[in-house]
Design a protein around this ligand. Structure first.
Ligand SMILES: Cc1cc2nc3c(=O)[nH]c(=O)nc-3n(C[C@H](O)[C@H](O)[C@H](O)COP(=O)(O)OP(=O)(O)OC[C@H]3O[C@@H](n4cnc5c(N)ncnc54)[C@H](O)[C@@H]3O)c2cc1C
Ligand SMILES: NC(=O)c1ccc[n+]([C@@H]2O[C@H](COP(=O)([O-])OP(=O)(O)OC[C@H]3O[C@@H](n4cnc5c(N)ncnc54)[C@H](OP(=O)(O)O)[C@@H]3O)[C@@H](O)[C@H]2O)c1
Length: 280
């Protein structure tokens, strides 16, 4: 018979000490290599890459921390780094009372995080039919899978033009995507591959930046196409990936289906694909 009075206090209540939690490491634990806070609501971090992990740029997997009872607390996260990278990168929201991110936002270099090496997702080149121009339409942290794709040389082999649009409420929420694009263009090898092909179209809705407005409105008014000097969506040559809130995804789906595009999947490629950036 179990006698709770013989156990340490934490055990008797089901809680474990820090030392016990550290000792109970999972085989899926990886080490945090760097952390960058972009503003009070957003941060990114890099980790070691599981040896067994193979993924396609644009996919997501489950990551997390141990909860106070020694159980994994996992959430879906897009891998923001490209498939060829030695390290993994993630771009994260800080939800003040979020079970995972209220703690994850305090993660430090050298600490461990759980990364389940089982990537999945529909934001992959394989789910699109061949085309000429690739639009990557993101709001908020939905830009994470596209940070992976725009750093993958394969994308530039398959498309003549890659247009990354990122819309956020605030100006500072655009800093991560701006940094990703700037570092591609500054890199000797990637700059050569992506230069002239990668176009960046940042917009904000609640704080002043050079381009204001929801991307859906900018598409419907024709302003996006005029600004980029490209023709309106054409199902014969244009391909679109969407990652944002449920509202953005549904509105973009309607816009694309109106011009005759069909949603693709891994088993049946189409003209566009979409994925939720978060649930709720
Ligand atoms: C396929 C997929 C991929 C995802 N990739 C990422 C990613 O790369 N980066 C990331 O930060 N999150 C991502 N998420 C969301 C992520 O899984 C968690 O919801 C998030 O980390 C918050 O976890 P939490 O436990 O703190 O709060 P939760 O209990 O999971 O969420 C609480 C509430 O916070 C809001 N919320 C959660 N995530 C976000 C977000 N990303 N942006 C805005 N509001 C949000 C929602 O209203 C939600 O109901 C993804 C979700 C899905 C389904
Ligand atoms: N970001 C913040 O500063 C902030 C602060 C406090 C709380 N929150 C909470 O955090 C959650 C997520 O916020 P978030 O800013 O990351 O994501 P979000 O609410 O999805 O907004 C991100 C961007 O997407 C735009 N957008 C939303 N719905 C759209 C649609 N149907 N079509 C086209 N564009 C659309 C927004 O424009 P609009 O501005 O026009 O909606 C905004 O520019 C929300 O529940 C919010 O209440 C956010």
């Amino acid at each position: 018979m179990n006698d709770a009075s013989n156990l340490p206090i934490g055990r008797a209540s089901g809680l474990q000490s820090d030392a016990e939690l550290k000792a109970a490491r999972l085989p899926d634990a990886q080490t945090v290599l760097s952390v960058h806070h972009w503003n009070e609501r957003l941060f990114s971090f890099t980790t070691t890459r599981p040896l067994s992990l193979r993924f396609r740029s644009g996919e997501f997997l489950m990551i997390g921390l141990m909860d106070g009872r020694g159980k994994p607390l996992l959430r879906a996260y897009s891998i923001a780094s490209p498939s060829w990278g030695e390290e993994l990168e993630f771009y994260s929201i800080k939800v003040p009372d979020g079970p995972l991110t209220s703690r994850l936002q305090h993660i430090k270099v050298g600490e461990e995080i759980i990364i389940r090496p089982k990537p999945v997702g529909s934001l992959v080149i394989d789910a699109l039919l061949p085309g000429k121009r690739l639009y990557l339409i993101a709001t908020g942290t939905g830009v994470a899978p596209f940070a992976s794709l725009v750093r993958d040389p394969e994308v530039y082999e398959k498309f003549d033009q890659v247009i990354l649009t990122h819309t956020t409420r605030s100006a500072s929420a655009l800093h991560f995507s701006r940094h990703v694009v700037d570092s591609i263009l500054a890199d000797e090898l990637m700059g050569e591959i992506a230069g002239g092909k990668l176009w960046y179209y940042p917009t904000s809705t609640r704080e002043e930046t050079p381009k204001m407005g929801r991307i859906t409105n900018l598409i419907q008014s024709g302003e996006l196409f005029a600004d980029l000097n490209v023709p309106p969506f054409d199902p014969a040559v244009d391909r679109v990936m969407i990652c944002g809130s449920m509202g953005l995804n549904m509105d973009m789906k309607a816009i694309l289906e109106d011009v005759g595009m069909r949603e693709g999947s891994n088993s049946e490629p189409g003209e566009y694909v979409l994925e939720k950036a978060f649930v709720g």
